[in-house]
Design a protein around this ligand. Structure first.
Ligand code: FAD
Ligand code: NAP
Length: 530
């Protein structure tokens, strides 16, 4: 059977895959998108758990490549819900007529580079074969769900769900005894909503997380009209902060102002809500003492909100604020004041097994009708490493990344020509509002492909030297901050056996400047061959 030929194969139909298709088509390139899910949407297709919504304000967590699109779409809330974001993605797929080039229910199992022909051979899990000159992995950095290997899960007689693989039908918690395992962003968003519905909710917490209130609500039409009238300026302000146009970076250091000034600033940010809390002081992620002042402030708030002092203490993190993405919640801490909610600390005595009727820790046995795993993802590398990717010399990605992921600019991998990654390790990725970062990567990658095509070249491959230098730079920048000191998924610490490497790159505007300089200099750090 002869393999079907394309110019470009894109893997994944989330925000990244859809925009890639739109751009590649505009270049006249025959493009095929393969998506494992049964519809488009990526993160927002899979994570349908109750309470799921964005932590970046809707007007910024949206595409900006089309002014018509950003003018016509109306967001209803400050932080859009998952169903609203999914409706938006579907609107984009229809508006730009993208569906006809997307193969759904199609998981890519392998991609092997044939150096003699400078083409990728791509095989799906169903065994279908395709070839393309370029492959773009738009596989998502939080798309490979982590289900811990608890013994006994197959014998559980109740229902169980992972937040990252939530069913399409509504889950009815009414009258049920429910367990939630995990208190990261997914747990923190879902727990308050599940608590309102369930007869009893038990939360199993291994590590508490810092969370700030979203203060979510309907969008003010006047503010929306104002932003829409100046959308370009608004987006540029967002780009400068990497998170929010209205981030209000404070240039002062927490360690250099009075205790009253620190309190005033933290209070103001708490009242406003959301991720701009992290911009309260310039030294928050660089100085331990500064970070501790923010941590102390949030712990104080937890003790103010949670009535039972023991529960409040258990919920109070001792880690660094922001060492893993700060959570943005709606009534999370107050949920522990409900009579039907119990917090169980599994930091010292972990979950031993799932039993047919519930689960047991080293101290106690519990009975449940439903277990919710809010246990996160094999982040940044998981989706890529589960594909059998082989480069120029037949080396697998697993071999190339045995000591941890290495990329050039988070966009390319030395030895894997004509292959690109979106928001992979070495990209600012999860340390930003991801939509502008995705758009940036997509535009850079498609410009690069266009350059290779216009020059009539066969391939482009990051050099090992450029890659080494970039990896060293990513590490140096990370080391200048407190980030690597946290025990987070940014470092791969949540997956047993995963090499500990700080994966995202800290600093969006400088990153975009560096990418531009590389392109302007004829793709410096890449080997181009004819
Ligand atoms: P994804 O949306 O993850 O899409 C990747 C797609 O690739 C998936 O549909 C997957 O099925 C498919 N795929 C993977 N491997 C294969 C394969 N081998 N074959 C075929 N298909 C494959 N970021 C923010 O900036 N703000 C937020 O508020 C925010 N909220 C989030 C909430 C949740 C619950 C999660 C999990 C993440 C959140 N993120 C947020 C990060 C979010 O992942 C990105 O913002 C963005 O949606 C990623 O888009 P993407 O297209 O790069 O990847
Ligand atoms: P996560 O932050 O990795 O949290 C997973 C939770 O499960 C942690 O509390 C973890 O505890 C716990 N856990 C894992 N294995 C366990 C085990 N064996 N026993 C007990 N507990 C266990 O994952 P997430 O909450 O899905 O969030 C991942 C990222 O996705 C976020 O950081 C964010 O970037 C993004 N996200 C964003 C939003 C949003 O607000 N828009 C919502 C959801 C997700 P430990 O910490 O001890 O490992």
């Amino acid at each position: 059977m002869t393999a079907k030929q394309f110019d470009v194969i894109v893997v994944g139909a989330g925000f990244a895959g859809l925009y890639l298709l739109h751009r590649l088509r505009a270049l006249g390139l025959q493009t095929r998108v393969f998506e494992a899910g049964s519809d488009v949407g990526g993160t927002w297709f899979w994570n349908r758990y109750p309470g799921a919504r964005c932590d970046i304000e809707s007007l910024e967590y949206s595409y900006q490549f089309s002014d018509a699109l950003q003018q016509e779409w109306e967001w209803s809330e400050r932080y859009a819900t998952q169903p609203e974001i999914l409706r938006y993605i579907n609107h984009v797929a229809d508006r730009f007529d993208l569906r006809r080039d997307i193969a759904l229910n199609t998981r890519v199992a392998a991609a092997h580079f044939d150096a003699s022909r400078s083409r990728w051979a791509v095989t799906t899990q169903a065994g279908d074969a395709y070839q393309a000159k370029y492959v773009v992995m738009a596989t998502g950095c939080l798309s490979s769900a982590n289900l811990p290997d608890f013994p006994g899960l197959q014998r559980f007689t109740g229902d169980w769900y992972h937040t990252g693989h939530w069913p399409h039908e509504p889950v009815d918690f009414a009258g049920k005894r429910v367990a939630v395992i995990g208190t990261g962003s997914s747990g923190i968003q879902s727990i308050p909503v599940i608590a309102e519905q369930a007869a009893a909710l038990t939360v199993f917490q291994r590590t508490p997380n810092f969370s700030v209130p979203a203060h979510n609500g309907p969008l003010d039409p006047e503010r929306v009209a104002d932003i829409k009238a100046n959308y370009r300026r608004f987006r540029e302000a967002n780009r400068q902060t990497a998170f929010h146009a209205d981030f209000r970076y404070n240039a002062a250091n927490a360690t250099e102002v009075s205790a009253q000034e620190r309190q005033r600033e933290y209070e103001a940010r708490w009242d406003r809500g959301g991720l701009p809390f992290m911009a309260a002081f310039a030294d928050l992620v660089f100085d331990e003492q500064a970070n501790e002042s923010a941590a102390e402030f949030i712990r104080g708030k937890i003790h103010e909100i949670v009535e039972d002092p023991e529960t409040a203490e258990l919920l109070s993190p001792r880690s660094m604020v922001g060492c893993k993405r700060l959570c943005v919640d709606s009534h999370y801490y107050a949920t522990y004041n409900r009579a039907n909610v119990r917090l169980v600390d599994v930091s010292q005595h972990g979950i031993k097994a799932i039993t047919p009727t519930g689960l047991e820790t080293e101290l106690e046995a519990f009975a449940f009708d439903v277990i919710v795993f809010a246990t996160g993802f094999d982040a940044m590398t998981g989706a890529l490493m589960s594909i059998d990717i082989r480069g120029r010399l037949g080396e697998t990605l697993q071999q190339a990344w045995a000591e941890g992921p290495k990329t050039y600019l988070g966009l390319a991998i030395a030895g894997f020509p004509n292959l690109f990654t979106v928001t992979g390790p070495g990209s600012p990725s999860v340390l930003t509002n991801m939509l502008p970062t995705i758009e940036h990567h997509v535009e850079w990658i498609t410009d690069c492909i266009n350059y290779v095509e216009q020059k009539g070249l066969a391939s482009i491959d990051a050099t090992a030297d450029a890659q080494e230098a970039w990896v060293a730079h990513v590490n140096d920048v990370a080391e200048s901050s407190l980030y690597p000191r946290g025990n987070s998924w940014y470092l791969g610490a949540n997956i047993p056996g995963k090499p500990r490497v700080f994966m995202p790159y800290l600093g969006f505007p400088p990153y975009a400047d560096k990418c531009k300089a590389v392109a302007d200099n004829g793709y410096q750090g890449f080997a181009l061959s004819g």
